[in-house]
Design a protein around this ligand. Structure first.
Ligand SMILES: [Ca+2]
Ligand SMILES: [Ca+2]
Length: 468
């Protein structure tokens, strides 16, 4: 897939059509598990999710339990939000194509077994939710199924249990290989169970739920921090606080009216799907590359601080970035891998909330970032390498500004000697490929931001391989 995308990008650049490669990517299939109604933040996340529902093939919205809501599930809340979406869908379609019908979304809203964790696993514990997961994964469709888990994971665990009990090892392997799972920590005891029993399952998350510290440490908390933590991490807290949400979200029509006041954190579950937004930066098959949902490397979790379980299988989990905060200081943390993009993803959501109520001309739409020469480039030590984004454009005719971000952490190149990009704010610039002993990779992110209101950003990632 990557190869196809790169080839497309080169073809596009060469033919000077200025079409963004990201438009050619097929939609991701997405199935959400949510312990909605345990506290307000799942509702917040579901509203954001629905404003992006044209980006994906949404294949399931399953109401589940969690440690916070152990004996009931609340599909009625999902349905209530879909009814609000129904009222604004026509308006959303003025801005982008592909928003699904409200009735379709209702038809894929399902309930998990209403009991906590492993109590809901085993014979007689199938639910319409677990059966639906099996059906979706089994569908004759070669694309992967992305499963963001906003609460407990036991509905998915039951689906996996049933498949394991009724199919050959080979078929189980095939089933598991189609799933891409991201959990917002362990909100029941089936996260560890899944990791242990399905060691091949592609798994992203910050595990652990016993200690409150596990939540504070988790990458996903970088989405918004809480009042206390948010102000001391270097992240901009103002744009995730209630007054900002009043102005840009809650005041906006039927969807905004459903967006609740934040009780603990704004949208703690949103990082599970932010990395699936088609923005030119995200590459969900590579959690180690980093994106709007944070950055995750393949580690054995017990090597990290708050993980109490003696696990040996690796999962994609918390990785560190060094990022300059709004306080002017540099911060090295896993949460920074997420909050470094906060302004961009908040503005993007604000624009989509505008789309729910405004005509096209009164709202902003994201620019198209285009990089000449494709997303994979080979270079030789000492060579001057061109960076050219002049083909970028904006559908509203907004003026564009450019930033070339050297992103050392995902690359293999020694980060102690950063590459020197001649003019990081120019549409066209260059850098000199550094001295290397063996082939090394260097990630450079092009961020193109328009001057609309709110200002919107799109990206292209260029991975350079530098040869000695
Ligand atoms: Ca939740
Ligand atoms: Ca624009």
């Amino acid at each position: 897939m990557k190869l196809i995308r790169n080839v497309l990008c080169c073809v596009v650049a060469l033919s000077a059509m200025h079409v963004n490669a990201q438009e050619k990517a097929p939609k991701h299939r997405v199935l959400i598990l949510t312990d909605i109604e345990n506290e307000p933040d799942d509702t917040q996340s579901m509203i954001r999710f629905l404003t992006y529902s044209n980006q994906w093939d949404v294949e399931g919205l399953v109401a589940t339990t969690s440690i916070h809501q152990q004996k009931r599930v609340a599909p009625e809340k999902i349905k209530q939000l879909i009814e609000a979406y129904r009222k604004v869908r026509t308006n959303l379609l003025l801005h982008e194509k592909g928003y699904p019908e409200a009735d379709y979304l209702l038809s894929i809203t399902k309930s998990a077994y209403p009991d906590f964790g492993l109590n809901a696993i085993g014979k007689g514990k199938d639910s319409e939710g677990s059966e639906w997961i099996i059906k979706v994964v089994d569908k004759k469709d070669d694309r992967l199924v992305w499963i963001p888990v906003w609460g407990g994971a036991n509905c998915l665990a039951q689906a996996l249990w049933k498949v394991k009990m009724t199919r050959s090892p080979e078929d189980v392997k095939k089933f598991v290989s189609k799933i891409r799972m991201y959990t917002i920590s362990d909100q029941d005891d089936t996260g560890p169970w899944i990791r242990k029993n399905f060691p091949d399952l592609f798994y992203v998350g910050s595990p652990g739920y016993h200690a409150a510290g596990a939540y504070h440490y988790a990458t996903w908390s970088g989405i918004s921090g809480d009042k206390f933590h948010g102000r001391f991490t270097g992240a901009n807290f103002e744009i995730v606080d209630n007054p900002w949400l009043d102005e840009h979200v809650r005041s906006h029509g039927p969807m905004g009216a459903e967006y609740p006041f934040t009780k603990f954190l704004m949208e703690g579950d949103t990082p599970s799907f932010l990395g699936l937004v088609d923005n030119g930066l995200n590459d969900p098959e590579h959690p180690e590359y980093g994106g709007w949902g944070g950055r995750y490397e393949l580690y054995t979790p017990r090597t990290l601080k708050y993980f109490h379980e003696p696990e040996t299988r690796p999962i994609y989990t918390d990785a560190m970035d060094e990022v300059k905060g709004v306080d002017g200081n540099f911060h090295t943390s896993n949460k920074a891998t997420l909050w470094r993009w906060r302004e961009a993803f908040q503005h993007d959501f604000a624009a989509r909330m505008d789309w729910t109520i405004k005509p096209y001309k009164e709202a902003n739409h994201p620019p198209k970032a285009v990089v000449k020469g494709g997303n994979r480039v080979n270079a030789k030590t000492g060579e001057t390498v061109a960076l050219n984004a002049e083909g970028s454009q904006d559908p509203d005719g907004n003026a564009l500004s450019y930033e070339w971000i050297y992103y050392p952490e995902p690359g293999s190149y020694n980060i102690k000697e950063p590459i020197q990009i001649k003019d990081v704010k120019a549409a066209s610039t260059s850098f000199v490929a550094p001295k290397v002993e063996k082939p090394e990779t260097i990630h450079v992110i092009l961020a193109v931001t328009d001057n609309g209101i709110p200002a919107l950003t799109r990206y292209q990632r260029v991975i350079f391989t530098v040869y000695p």
